[in-house]
Design a protein around this ligand. Sequence first.
Ligand code: 6R9
Length: 656
Amino acid sequence: MSTIESILKETRSFPPSDDFRRKAQISGMEAYNALCEQADDHYLSFWGDLARELIAWKKPFSRVLDDSNAPFFKWFDDGVLNVSYNCLDRHLPLNANKIALIFEADDGEVTRVTYSELHRRVCQFANGLKSLGVAKGDRVVIYMPMVIEAIVAMQACARIGAIHSVVFGGFSAGALRDRVQDAGAKVVITANEGLRGGKTVALKATTDEAFELGGCESVSSVVVYQRTNNGASKWTEGRDVWWHKLIEGQAEECEPEWVNAEDPLFILYTSGSTGKPKGIQHSTAGFLLGALNSFRWIFDYKPNDVYWCTADVGWITGHSYITYGPLGHGATQVIFEGVPTYPDASRFWRMIEKHKVSIFYTAPTAIRSLIKLGADLPAKYDLSSLRVLGTVGEPINPEAWMWYYEVVGGGRCPIVDTWWQTETGSAMIAPTPGAVPTKPGSCTLPLPGIMADIVDESGAPVEPGKGGFLVIKKPFPSLVRTIWGDPDRFRKTYFPDEFEGKYYLAGDSAHRDESGYFWIMGRIDDVLNVSGHRLGTMEIESALVANPLVAEAAVVGKPHDIKGEAVVAFVVLKGSRPSGDEARKVADNLKQWVAHEIGKIAQPDEIRFGENLPKTRSGKIMRRLLRSLARGEEIVQDVSTLENPQILAQLQEAAN
Ligand code: 6R9
């Protein structure tokens, strides 16, 4: 088998500056290695000590891990706590007047909320929920725009022991209905409308539509936050209640419901390999510990930081790194209602300057689209407040990484590429930035205490450079506890018999370089087999994006008589979308380019140009949809969450 020269075999490496390292929480590789050794030698006390250090317990736990019913692990299971108490009340003695949230609305209006004010709002709303009959263990679906009240709603659920299930505001009525039904929700919290990029999003109308589809009979109340002056198109008396009416006259104190460490904190639905979304169920203490500990380690968080994560609370990143991790540390954070390109592609840079953001966490897709729309724009703003830059959600190609590092970070800020999943609840593989040198395109090394490895089909570790399955060999506190209502699917999906049910199977493929760094190659189903050669779609995409003409690329496989699979590349150029002879010419050039960058076997068989790629509202490229397009199949997938449905037509024909 000929070796593919992967451009992912990056040789560049960026250690933290001396100054950064000296001031860092985990300062230098020795400190990092010492923590890893501690975890290796005393796994349970490593996590037990962290749980005692970082969480305020009502009643301490006496046992760290109960693995008697593996893979249904229990952590700290006789401990008693409340997450909202940990995120709010415990900061009040010293930091009541510290700003918790700097909310920037779609139209640029800024609202600041202190910890004492947030505490008051959460308590009032929690009391409001109780008045609707919501009690410990009840499920509450939150279908909200990215506003302060979305966080208030989540914290209020945590305060009374209700299990929230946030449904991203871009989801359709059908998707909302499925989630409400599967969770058996008692209450749905929504807004009359959301605001995004100058446009309204009809959240209440979509909620009504979800109810009309049937299946939402478990719901007795719909709470409606009034975000815009437009009111609500329909009103169901007896079911619908305005947020502002609900909190009227409610007490400003609400005693937290003290819950067990293993009581569920939330369910978050995520797509699986089948059509039915999986309700990923997280625990209270284990999840909180993962969010708190990783937040301080990956971002080297300090109390005077201004932190901004651009995710929506509809995704796991918004749970761990907006609602819980930062608030649990008493951090000041920016939350943003809008989109990166409205009113123009300088929005992020302007906001970083305005709010003096020091830690910025976003997605590679946002970075790539902002490169396309104005690679020179960051230079127009004062971004000197920045000290750490993070990415999450997908592999970042080295070109985008270098731009982020040099143009946004001024060559000064470590890039923390954080690999993790809805299921893992917190970052797993990511640099601790004061210690681990970074490499463009690699999420680097596992956090101390995370026993990540890459194995073959039999579960044996693979050699450096060889691809394999990414697994985590020991349970860890923030790991998914089960799939809501489907423990069997949980076990089969994540602890498959192939590995004797012992390893958590992440569903990603990866390889490691000589220095042990992890390079994520993509989902297991994104690995192509072309003429017996394994190709990460990411490798071909990286090669394409390295071409000066290309802004973004996604590669999928399609069946091929001789090669097994053929490579189809969907490409967005930095200039306008080419057609006819011009398209053929560019396609030919790009094929030769890939052959040159990686090897002839990776050369795309087909190139299709679009003005954009089909993405979910969270910015993930919809690869399954691209595979259907590549195969010329009828589109049967739900495209209701597509940001830009009109581009599907463009991607239906090959340029060559
Ligand atoms: C946090 C989040 C999880 C999947 C995961 C992987 C991909 C996430 C990544 C990454 C490469 C990174 N992924 N972070 N791939 N490098 N830094 O995104 O959760 O929405 O559940 O997605 O995303 O494929 O398996 P989720």
